[in-house]
Write a protein that binds this ligand. Sequence first.
Ligand code: NAD
Length: 547
Amino acid sequence: MKMKPHLHGKRGADLLHDPLLNKGQAFTEAERDALGLRGLLPPHVATQDEQVAKILETVRRKPTDLERYIYLISLQERNENLFYRLVTDNVTEMMPLIYTPTVGLACQRYAFIFRRPRGLFISLRDRGRVKQILQNWPHDDVRMIVVTDGERILGLGDLGANGMGIPVGKLSLYTACAGVMPDQCLPVMLDAGTDNAAFLADANYIGTKARRERGPAYDALVAEFVDSVQEIFPRACVQFEDFGNANAFRLLQHYRDKVCCFNDDIQGTAGVTLAGVCSALRLNGGTLANQRFLFLGAGEAGIGIGDLIVEALKAEGVTEEAARRQCWYVDSKGLVVSSRTDLAPHKRRFAHHHPGVDSLSAAVEALKPTMLIGVSGMPQTFTEPIVRAMAKFNQRPVIFALSNPTSKAECTAEQAYTWTDGRAIFASGSPFPDFVLHGRTFKPGQGNNSYIFPGVGLGIICSQAKRVTDEMFFVAAKVLASMVTEQDLAQGRIYPDLQRIREVSANIATAVARVAFQRGLTDMLCPEDLASRVRSQMYEPTYPNFV
Ligand code: NAD
């Protein structure tokens, strides 16, 4: 679908200053005459392809990734079509610049990068007027909202209001990867203070200079926000993003059956990891029911993955109790077992009867897992003896080092392949380069959530689903896994090439929408040609003709 060519009476300089309408030098001769643009642009009429080539060259010439990020955001601020054409056509190169890892640096320096506001900032001072704030947003058909309170930005901790870079970046991926219309996306920062001492002492900090509110006033702000969304943007889905884990689990639990919402750190991560597990089973010839999973880290990512694996096992006829017993966790205090009295509620459902074990290496020896999954944020914790032990118990040991950014990975791709003599089935959270061992090239998989959430979001939008269910992430994982080719697997890659992301998202969206129709989660009737309907709703970043 092309951007809607509604000019809203705009002409001349106003048109050039509207990022959704601006075409820059690509305005045709006829458009320049008809729309009062003559003389406001250099004489050469450029094609969009010429513009993309020029921008790409400029991006590559920038000295640092942060400079590249700043340049790309400024392009987005003046010409969204061109920005999305560039990102869509060069997604493998652009994604690490507009999202993780570069967006993390950008959030840390947000005060200096911030030029034009993008999205809505809602602080505790705004209680009682959140509805009016939402009404200030210039677009009225909002369908996807990404909201954060900035408490746990990537692996970087509490970045307060600077965390706004995350909703902005994530929504760009909804558009680039799944064709969600840019004017249907709304980034929101719920500023409830920060416990980041450096920011509190920094005159340039852009947020509220107060310690983080953790009491009823926080819950009241979130509740007012969620209620106001239902009233002002009733067709919007709310994605909770990068909340600290105490709030993340609590808010998801509280709102998931009341409004259309999900948490990508919990549910999206689970989807992408389950897809990786399915691909790994194709490589090791196993079945889900005969795996034993050991997680390092029992937070949002780890518990989310475990819960979805349990759903997948139940779908194969395994009882819930037996399914949970296939998933084991080591956190900072050792193995999560039922005799421990220090467990947060989200860990308790995976606390099994077992003697206490105080280290990962001892847990590996005791449990002999088939799959080892790192979601701890603790680098180099998959040590050589641990990885070698996995290779001793398993012909094809599965090692997922998912902690981000790269510096936090539990082990590197090179280590996993070297210590297992090339037998490891490896995936990471951040990309690792290809690795050659004994003349064979391995292409490490990246368990990037962008494989899942944009397609899920598009499916929700297309079906106007009123709720987001775990089943939707389950089918998304299955679709993603089904798109991994034999050629991918032969190279050790357990996810499809990122360049196929729009195709992946379209298929996921179709499957997710089908769940919404089958489960009665929408008032819409299911169109016969659902797959082509979904595709026809995807935004194409080509310029409209205005005359
Ligand atoms: P979280 O804060 O909710 O959980 C972290 C968990 O690690 C906690 O259970 C904590 O107890 C545990 N932990 C801390 N130190 C430990 C130690 N020394 N040994 C064992 N466990 C320890 O965070 P999260 O959202 O679950 O994210 C965890 C990591 O996973 C982050 O680095 C994040 O970047 C990464 N992640 C990756 C993906 C992906 O690759 N697709 C998605 C989400 C999160």
